[in-house]
Write a protein that binds this ligand. Structure first.
Ligand code: CA
Length: 221
């Protein structure tokens, strides 16, 4: 999952991006409204965290432009302004939720998970497939009660596949979900992680669709 964080406050930006990276999300952090709009034009994000008081283009204008472009990603507004009319304006301009500052990082993470879940059309918090369970909150992956230890990237790749169990995801799309701008990526990196996931989950858990990418094997084990 790749998240766009739009926040001009250095301390908040650093804390939020660290917390989300710790949960295996790829985070691109930009500090003004114009940079947010160009990032949105360059990359399909899974979610945006948007401050309202921003230089160059304020958060409300970014939000309106985002929806005006037809982008449907979930948007969580972070606002220091506690005026009711700002919240109302944000929600009416297409925000999905808001969090007033100062906020607790655990609550922020929980809201991010809830928004991603809702956006994917899921009610249940656990991702399950062929007896395997992934808990996005605790980052635990189990099968038949036994825990499967995964690295952060393996976890992020598996989560991306489980989020859309019938979809074929290209290597490029998966790479975009795993790596933020500025992170070094080897050209065969996705193949390497698919290989190690197959070693841990069974060779047939992830199917290669030639010329297209990867998807999960059908649901009946
Ligand atoms: Ca601000």
């Amino acid at each position: 999952m790749r998240i766009l964080l739009v926040e001009d406050d250095a301390m908040i930006g650093r804390a939020v991006s660290q917390a989300l990276r710790g949960e295996a999300y790829a985070v691109d952090w930009v500090r003004d409204g114009e940079a947010a709009l160009s990032a949105l034009g360059a990359m399909p994000y899974d979610l945006m965290l948007l401050d309202l008081g921003l230089p160059r283009r304020d958060g409300l204008a970014v939000l309106k432009e985002t929806r005006g472009r037809g982008l449907e990603l979930p948007v969580l507004v972070l606002t220091a302004r506690d005026a009711v009319e700002d919240r109302v304006a944000g929600l009416d301009a297409g925000a999905d939720d808001y969090l007033p500052k100062p906020f607790d990082l655990d609550e922020l993470s929980a809201r991010v998970r809830a928004l991603l879940r809702r956006h994917a059309g899921r009610g249940a918090p656990l991702l399950e497939h062929r007896g395997l369970r992934l808990d996005p909150a605790t980052r635990e992956v189990t099968r038949g009660g036994a825990e499967i230890a995964l690295t952060a990237r393996e976890f992020a790749l598996l989560r991306a596949l489980l989020e859309r169990p019938r979809a074929v995801l290209s290597r490029e799309r998966l790479r975009d979900k795993l790596y933020a701008f500025g992170e070094e990526v080897e050209s065969n990196t996705i193949e390497v992680y698919v290989h190690s996931l197959r070693r841990k989950l069974g060779a047939d858990f992830i199917v290669t669709v030639r010329g297209a990418g990867y998807r999960l094997a059908d649901d009946s084990p």
